[in-house]
Design a protein around this ligand. Structure first.
Ligand code: HEM
Length: 119
């Protein structure tokens, strides 16, 4: 596996976990405190989606099988979570609680897709 692919995968997975963790922390705080974590949350989201998009073009461009269905569903949840965090009440406990679970489901779908590919 080329080193660029390894680095991209590690950056993607680490940023995805960081994004979910920051979102969870914000969902447990009053909105005024959660506001302070908006930058780390946004940075983790951008790295997750940016690296994910690059991985997709390197590994799955044009694919339409079950692996791509799982990855695509996870990706769609990630994009929806970002839109909700940007355009709904972004520091509200409710938005962050819901998007936290969207990110956990995205993580599970991505991991399932990855495992299915290896079968
Ligand atoms: C634009 C959105 C996204 C795209 C296009 C995308 C794409 C991908 C691709 C192509 C892979 C590699 C699959 C393979 O090895 O064949 C991957 C892996 C993975 N993705 Fe995403 N992803 C996105 C968002 C997310 C989100 C939101 C999460 C979780 C919050 C996530 C978590 C993961 C995880 C955990 C892996 C497996 C890493 C590993 O075990 O090596 N991704 N993703």
């Amino acid at each position: 596996m080329p080193i660029s692919l390894i680095l991209l995968t590690v950056a993607h997975a680490a940023a995805a976990i960081a994004w979910a963790m920051v979102t969870w922390v914000i969902s447990r705080k009053p909105a005024e405190e959660g506001r302070k974590l908006f930058l780390p949350q946004g940075a983790a989201a951008i790295v997750t989606l940016g690296a994910g998009a690059r991985l997709w073009t390197m590994l799955h461009a044009g694919g339409t099988g079950p692996v791509e269905m799982l990855l695509g569903a996870g990706a769609a949840l990630g994009v929806l979570a970002l839109l909700a965090q940007l355009f709904l009440r972004r520091w509200s406990v409710k938005v962050n609680k819901v998007t936290f679970w969207m990110l956990i489901i995205a993580l599970v779908l991505m991991e399932l897709g990855k495992q299915l590919k290896g079968l």
